[in-house]
Design a binder for this molecule. Structure first.
Ligand code: IPD
Length: 262
């Protein structure tokens, strides 16, 4: 497990350095994906290519799932789940909350995760059962926070119909909590939760490459991660907070029927 983690960390650091160095000149080379606001920069592609090559060289038989290039099959029970830049819009605009996210899954279970936030100089790591770390500091999420005092991070999808419902939902959540934060990177939001910078997170429509590594980091910091109605976390819904707050936020969200799009 530690071998996976140190390889993932080395690769995430190398990709982050490349992105920081090239961002000033190349970040504006942009194409759109699922909607006019869903962008992929030339550097998303370059970062994923670098990560794929490093993983292939070190672990040739492993499977690979990347946001930009999709699934690459392999013989092994190990799969690398990679977001080469989570928070691409922040990256494009020069805001600091974007990350390289690398998770290692063995037989369907994430065992190691790294989230490198290069513009903040922060590298978050976790290994299953061995805690979550920011550099040398062990992370623990906030506990004992009631819903009314909770600082809640969330995000919005790229389709207008999804955003319409997400807007309705956040309008019902906002009066019941301390405040809302929309940071622009699911991976950074979950690491912020692990570090006690926010108390809770929810979002509809995130993908495994967004949450695989950071989800392990949040759970190893003591948080509960799941979907609605006892289901596992997934693209349909993601909810994360310390036990207690998780249930309170769940019971606020679930009756709003938030797993729908307009
Ligand atoms: C996005 C970010 C954002 C979240 C979106 C994601 P991308 O990932 O994580 O915070 O709200 O749902 O798609 O497109 O920047 O890799």
């Amino acid at each position: 497990m530690t071998d996976y983690l140190s390889l993932a960390e080395d690769i995430a650091r190398e990709a982050g350095e490349m992105l920081l160095a090239k961002r000033p000149t190349m970040s504006r080379q942009v194409e759109t994906k699922s909607s006019p606001t869903d962008v992929v920069t030339a550097l998303d592609t370059a970062s994923e290519q670098l990560i794929r090559e490093r993983v292939r060289a070190a672990r040739p038989g492993d499977r690979f799932l990347g946001e930009e290039g999709g699934e690459a099959p392999g013989e092994s029970e190990v799969r690398w789940i990679v977001d080469p830049i989570d928070g691409t819009v922040n990256f494009l605009y020069g805001l600091p909350d974007w990350a390289v996210s690398i998770a290692v899954e063995v037989k369907g279970e994430v065992v190691a995760g790294v989230v490198n936030v290069p513009a903040r100089g922060e590298v978050y790591t976790a290994a299953l059962g061995r805690g979550a770390w920011l550099g040398g500091e062990r992370l623990r999420c906030n506990t004992g926070v009631p819903l009314a005092q909770a600082l809640v991070a969330t995000g919005f999808g790229y389709f207008a119909g999804r955003r319409e419902v997400q807007g309705e939902v956040v309008a019902k959540v906002l009066p019941r909590v301390r405040d809302i934060r929309r940071g622009g990177s699911c991976a950074v939001d979950l690491c912020s939760l692990a570090a006690g910078r926010v108390d809770a997170y929810y979002e509809r429509g995130i993908n495994p490459w967004d949450y695989a590594a950071a989800g392990l980091i949040a759970v190893e910091a003591g948080a509960r991660l799941g979907g609605l109605h006892g289901r596992p976390v997934g693209p349909s819904y993601a909810l994360c907070a310390a036990p207690g707050l998780f249930e309170e936020l769940h019971d606020l969200l679930a009756p709003l029927d938030p797993e729908r799009d307009a």
